[in-house]
Design a protein around this ligand. Sequence first.
Ligand SMILES: *[C@@H]1O[C@H](CO)[C@@H](O)[C@H](O)[C@H]1NC(C)=O
Ligand SMILES: *[C@@H]1O[C@H](CO)[C@@H](O)[C@H](O)[C@H]1NC(C)=O
Ligand SMILES: *[C@@H]1O[C@H](CO)[C@@H](O)[C@H](O)[C@H]1NC(C)=O
Ligand SMILES: *[C@@H]1O[C@H](CO)[C@@H](O)[C@H](O)[C@H]1NC(C)=O
Length: 367
Amino acid sequence: MASLGYSFLFFYSYFILTLFLLHAPLLVTSSTYRYKVESSSINRTAPTNSTKRHHKWVGPVGYREITVDVNGAGEFLSVQAAVDAVPENNGENVMILISAGYYIEKVTVPASKPYITFQGEGRDVTIIEWHDRACDRGANGQQLRTYRTASVSVFANYFSARNISFKNTAPAPMPGMQGWQAAAFRISGDKAYFAGCGFYGAQDTLCDDAGRHYFKECYIEGSIDFIFGNGRSMYRDCELHSIATRFGSIAAQDRNSPDEKTGFAFLNCRVTGTGPLYVGRAMGQYSRIVYSYTYFDNVVAHGGWDDWDHASNKNKTVFFGVYKCWGPGAAAVQGVSWARELDYESAHKFLAKSFVNGRHWIAPSDA
Ligand SMILES: *[C@@H]1O[C@H](CO)[C@@H](O)[C@H](O)[C@H]1NC(C)=O
Ligand SMILES: *[C@@H]1O[C@H](CO)[C@@H](O)[C@H](O)[C@H]1NC(C)=O
Ligand SMILES: *[C@@H]1O[C@H](CO)[C@@H](O)[C@H](O)[C@H]1NC(C)=O
Ligand SMILES: *[C@@H]1O[C@H](CO)[C@@H](O)[C@H](O)[C@H]1NC(C)=O
């Protein structure tokens, strides 16, 4: 009976959470919905006495809200001040409610502060922006270099953001300019969730650095390698918008060994803007990028993909693919022999949230 009781409790809490998620979407983030499933084969219709059916909550206990309003109507005027108010080794869900307005500041969420959500009032009205470039000098006099330019940097796990935009407002580089990389956002923590967010920059807008990430209904704008890094990420129902003037590229993925599970899976996205545009570049030797069910406007460069540097023969080791894409640019995305139309067998793992182990940390209603 013990295990029956246990599973009943599990389903009961699942039910309550589902209700809660449906009725209070503003209050509950994906991070509230977190349980550990220790058996991968659960038969929900047949209770058994197996000791393997063992679910327990891991993660945050409790919930706290912090308000930020640039016009003074909240507890804090700046987003960083709100993050600073969260204790080290935070164990609560912390919802930072950010009113409409421009927050002109550089923000860091340190690794010691997991379970934080940035909730804006809409990606067109709540905006965090800064303007650092790679060639600018930091406090120590050293050049920042690309990764430290991000207007917002998150090193913590279980971060989420909803209905808010992140911008880097440094001017777009002229052709041939060096050191003008300027990131809007850097995510280096694991299990990060984004919905309804905007990311605006030119070269290197979104640093999808490390960890498992899920981007839903986001808008990402840039010119060169505007999504880059070694994350393991799914982009679902997103718009990827190029502002390139001479040549641009969307994704530069930095997987460096066949053992790494990283890669970018674009699912049901839209590619728009100006070109010509490479859809993917082999930043790492084993770079992995797949576009599925994605619409391509007529902006794709001849060949579609770029091997980054010819000398390292990356065209033999990368995994670049498309699956059931469409639109006037879709044919060009199959322009090189090392980026092929996939069959279902090789595409299916890039089509579901399991690519980022989402079952364990993304609520069904959030996927
Ligand atoms: C689940 O249990 C039911 C009832 O015992 C059984 O009919 C069904 O085949 C099981 N399904 C799986 C996937 O094991
Ligand atoms: C579970 O174990 C109890 C006690 O051993 C037994 O009475 C019961 O029939 C078992 N239930 C199932 C579904 O196997
Ligand atoms: C917030 O984002 C969600 C997900 O993209 C979207 O459906 C909703 O309309 C957005 N709400 C506002 C106020 O922008
Ligand atoms: C792969 O890259 C090498 C080096 O640039 C080139 O010589 C070769 O033709 C390429 N192979 C294919 C199949 O495109």
